[in-house]
Every structure is written in structure tokens, then in C-alpha cells.
Design a protein around this ligand. Structure first.
Ligand code: ADP
Ligand code: MG
Length: 254
């Protein structure tokens, strides 16, 4: 039996900005359907890692492979997105003057831009798909609201919905709990957990309550490389992690 390739594999990846090594011989492997949480101190290179996967930034060295056959370092940002790799940035970017439904419609597979989305009739299949997405992100009932009326948490969920509308294989989510209330954070965790399996999900987060809620496997990034990997308990007990990450937090707090 042949083993399934990793859905994402980064090997020996390096990236410097102005002579400063932000990503340093990074190796990271993701199984299909996995929900992986990446933690690490500010400046560890977490967001840059997502920039490298999505083609926003090119590595100086190393390979980034998708599904064992696509060399992402040779593809455009748009081509990588079309392969089924979607990214959610930290701040939600939704069209505040358009309704929740219009926002999802805009992102639907095969949809042809803002103009088309606003003036063309939606097919019954598209309506079904939009409502399925709205139920998933618990915004059904708010479909006709202007997105600007949504709370910060609801905007985050709408944006996750907009990503889901494209039916991505891989979802990259950067600090989804930032600025959320405790209840919104918990619901965001539930949502991401419900999406795992159907999608492969990479979540960058530093809210440890949230990390504990959702994480099966945690990767700790430090100075652009993997410091350690394991369960939340394993990484929290790891002496090197305590020194570079939790120790630093304690110093900040005192
Ligand atoms: P994290 O997300 O872990 O907090 P980042 O990946 O955002 O860390 O940043 C790591 C380092 O890389 C920071 O020092 C940041 O200033 C630098 N950096 C990131 N992107 C760029 C860029 N496009 N140009 C120059 N420096 C960058
Ligand atoms: Mg970041």
C-alpha cells in the first residue's frame, strides 16, 4: 500500500529580509484533514510562513509542496489559491456595505466578481450552497444584514464562510481569536474543530485557552524553525518552550 503524501510539506525553507533570517531551515508536515495549531513568540515567523505557503513571499531556499505533486514555490499567489489553499488574515476584510449573502456569493466557486454577484440572479444551487455556508458559520438569519452591522466576531465568521464558499482543501487562519470576547472565542474554536477532517486547517494563535480548546497537535515556532511539536501538555512542559516562550510571557506579565 502506498502512503498518502502529506497535504502540505515544507522542507529546508529559508527566508531573509534585509539580511535577517526570519525563516530558518523550517520543516513542517501536515496530514490531510488535520487541525494544526502554530504558536510562538512575536516575530517567530508564523505569518511569514503563511506568506510563503500562499505565494505572497518567495523562499530563498527550500521546497513547499502541496499534495505531493505541486511545487508551490513555482506558482503564483492566484494559482496557489486556485489549488484550494485559502487564507484568512488577522483583521476581517468583508464588504461592509454589502449583505452577508452577497459577501458569500462573491466568494463562491466560479463566481465572476462583484459586478456579476450583485446584478446576476443566483441559481438555486448557489442559494443552497450560500445557506449551507451560513449555517456552518452560524450566520443564518443574518443573511440580509449589511456586513457592517455584524460584531467583530461575526465578521470573522463571515470571512471564514467566504473562504469555505471556495471549498478549500487547506485553510490557513491567522490569529482568529484576536479581539474576540470569550464566548466568541469559544464558538470560533467549535467552528474550526467542526471543519477539521473536511479541510486541513492551520491555525496560528497565542491565546492559550483557545489553543487548549482546539489543539490536538501544536507546533512551536521560534526564530523561524520548529522548536517542538506535540500535544498542548507536551509543549507546555517542554523546557525549551518554557524558556523561549512561556518564560518570556511570564517576564512580560511581571
Ligand atoms: P509572527 O507572525 O510570528 O509574529 P512575522 O512572520 O510576522 O512573525 O515576522 C517575523 C519577522 O519578519 C519580523 O521581524 C518582521 O518584521 C519580518 N518581516 C515579515 N514580513 C516582512 C517583509 N515582507 N519585509 C520585511 N520584513 C518582514
Ligand atoms: Mg503574525
Amino acid at each position: 500500500m502506498t502512503q498518502r503524501p502529506f497535504i502540505l510539506s515544507l522542507e529546508g525553507v529559508n527566508k531573509s529580509f534585509d539580511g535577517f533570517k526570519v525563516i530558518n531551515d523550517l520543516n513542517l508536515y501536515m496530514d490531510e484533514g488535520e487541525l494544526r495549531v502554530i504558536i510562538g513568540p512575536n516575530g517567530a515567523g508564523k505569518s511569514t510562513m503563511l506568506d510563503l505557503i500562499t505565494g505572497r513571499t518567495r523562499p530563498d531556499r527550500g521546497t513547499i509542496e502541496f499534495d505531493g505533486k505541486w511545487d508551490l514555490t513555482r506558482m503564483t499567489e492566484c494559482g496557489i489559491n486556485q489549488l484550494g489553499i485559502g487564507r484568512k488574515f488577522q483583521t476581517p476584510s468583508v464588504y461592509v456595505d454589502h449583505t452577508v449573502i452577497e459577501n458569500i456569493f462573491l466568494s463562491l466557486e466560479g463566481s465572476r466578481g462583484v459586478w456579476h454577484s450583485l446584478f446576476c440572479r443566483r441559481t438555486p444551487q448557489q442559494e443552497d450552497r450560500i445557506h449551507e455556508v451560513l449555517r456552518t458559520v452560524e450566520l443564518d438569519g443574518k443573511g440580509d444584514w449589511k456586513a457592517g452591522r455584524l460584531s467583530h466576531g461575526q465578521k470573522q465568521w463571515l470571512e471564514i464562510g467566504m473562504l469555505l464558499a471556495q471549498n478549500p482543501k487547506v485553510l490557513l487562519v491567522d490569529e482568529p481569536a484576536a479581539g474576540l470576547t470569550d464566548e466568541e472565542t469559544r464558538r470560533t474554536g467549535d467552528l474550526l474543530m467542526s471543519l477539521a477532517g473536511k479541510h486541513t486547517i492551520v491555525v496560528i494563535e497565542h491565546d492559550m485557552v483557545f489553543v487548549r480548546q482546539i489543539a490536538r497537535k501544536v507546533t512551536v515556532l521560534h526564530q523561524g524553525s520548529v522548536l517542538c511539536e506535540g500535544t498542548v501538555d507536551e509543549v507546555q512542559e517542554n523546557q525549551r518552550v518554557i524558556e523561549v516562550y512561556l518564560g518570556r510571557k511570564k517576564r512580560e506579565a511581571s
